[in-house]
Design a protein around this ligand. Sequence first.
Ligand code: BTN
Length: 217
Amino acid sequence: MKIIIFDELDSTNNYLKDNFSTYENETVIRALKQTNGRGRFDRVWKSYNDLTFSILFKKSFPHHFIAPLAVHFSFINEKLNSIIKWPNDILVDGKKVCGILIERIFDNKISNDIVGIGINIEKRDDYNYLSKYNIDERKLLEKVLNMYKYFISLSISELKKYYIDNCNILNKEVLFNEKKYKVKDVNDLGELVITDGLNYKVINANEIDYTTMVISK
Ligand code: BTN
């Protein structure tokens, strides 16, 4: 994957959205400083001296599994106590230090996927961060991209198994529309299959904000 580094961008996802046609498949855009990062649900994603980058794919892959797995296994490789939190947050020592924003744009019916990854490195007051682990950002980026290449070669059933084995969601109780459900499965699209004991429902990451769900331990 070709890495292009900018000193400063508003958002690496925005940059690729505006310029995807000029870049080839699997181009990685990294901003040393990101001034107006975006998160899921249009939230602000604040960055300091962090690892913020986006990867352009001119073909679709199950990034909802691949991206969190690539970051999670890079963290495991760095000996961090990492776990995936559905749908695609990565927690270290139980705290979110990485967010992933996957966006799809169509150009003459051809889909272009933009996978934005933000890993909090620098110490700050508002979010959690990894500064105490002395992470080499350049090496961590290489690791994530190598893991990405590995996971992209796997089948959807292999990816799903890896994802479920490394995510803390199965059998958790969740509150959805003020009703309690248990998570029974994650389907190929990365959606939750939940049940109240009688009926099953499928909910996707846009229908439910995991931070507002009540989760039993
Ligand atoms: C989330 O947890 O809500 C997702 C956060 C994603 C942040 C990354 S940082 C690089 C890329 N550029 C953005 O504007 N957002 C993503």
